[in-house]
Design a protein around this ligand. Structure first.
Ligand code: ZN
Length: 274
């Protein structure tokens, strides 16, 4: 079974996260398939708008930190290489697959819409934030609890840009969820709709945008993204990626383990405390 589903009709490509049994936790194959789907939609002239949605109750639980994570080659080699090269391989891998993919998807030359239901946790944000519009079901909720790993947030620092500096700090300091309504009030989410209407609402919105001139859409997107970059958005996100990487290094120094490997354990311990 494919980790990502792809469908295109009436000018709208719909890309669906399809690992509902793990709440769409992101493992390396899922990220690669997702990137291939975005590339396919981007290269197909018949596609005017791209929708990213998710099967199951939750949009995404973040990176796959289950015990199985070491089975995947990129991460396996990363762990095996630590004694010799420190976290060099991890830095390279995260640069390409986390920071790099987010940047690439953010700058696709077609409008993108994230359709979010249920929990959108940690790296789940790294799928929603790079999209141009976010439509949330009324049960959607957003959090980045990565400070639990002694790291200052996920690899892609959208927090300050999306929420404003005070809410960004609150989100990171507490690890608490922000509701769909609050995310809407803060400007992180475009629209909140009843869960039962989410798919139809997003489809209608996508079809409406698909009728606009594709060059107009491309230029409009570029106008906004360039403005954000002139304000320093991407330079800041790159700088914070290095702060994130310092978090990995610090956690490794403190515990002698790559933090991804023991996050599952820490999260379970944290849950047990509640
Ligand atoms: Zn990381």
């Amino acid at each position: 079974m494919s980790l990502i589903l792809y469908e295109a009709s009436e000018g709208v490509a719909t890309i669906t996260l399809n690992r509902p049994e793990t709440n769409n936790a992101q493992n390396p194959p899922l990220l690669d398939e997702l990137d291939a789907a975005f590339t396919r939609a981007s290269r197909d002239d018949a596609v005017r708008v791209i929708v990213l949605n998710a099967n199951g109750k939750h949009f995404s639980a973040g990176h796959d930190i289950s015990d199985g994570v070491r089975a995947y080659d990129p991460w396996k080699s990363m762990f095996d290489d630590v004694e010799e090269n420190g976290l060099m391989r991890m830095y390279r891998w995260e640069s390409e697959h986390f920071l790099g993919y987010c940047r690439k998807w953010r700058d696709l030359q077609k409008p993108t819409i994230a359709s979010v239901q249920g929990a959108c946790v940690a790296a789940g944000l790294m799928l929603a934030w790079p999209m141009d519009l976010i439509v949330a079901a009324d049960n959607a909720r957003f959090s980045d609890p990565v400070a639990l790993m002694a790291i200052g947030g996920v690899e892609y620092h959208g927090h300050t840009w999306e929420l404003g500096h005070r809410k960004a700090k609150e989100m990171l300091f507490t690890g608490e969820f922000i509701s769909a309504e609050e995310a809407h009030r803060l400007g992180m989410v475009n629209r909140v709709v009843p869960l039962a209407e989410l798919n139809d609402h997003v489809r209608t919105l996508a079809l409406k945008i698909a009728k606009m001139h594709p060059h107009g859409l491309m230029m409009a997107k570029r106008a906004v993204n360039q403005t954000m970059d002139i304000m320093g958005q991407y330079a800041a996100i790159q700088a914070v990626f290095d702060i994130h990487s310092l978090g990995h290094a610090n956690a490794y120094a403190a515990r002698g383990q790559v933090t991804l490997a023991n996050l599952a354990e820490m999260t379970a311990a944290n849950k047990a405390q509640k």
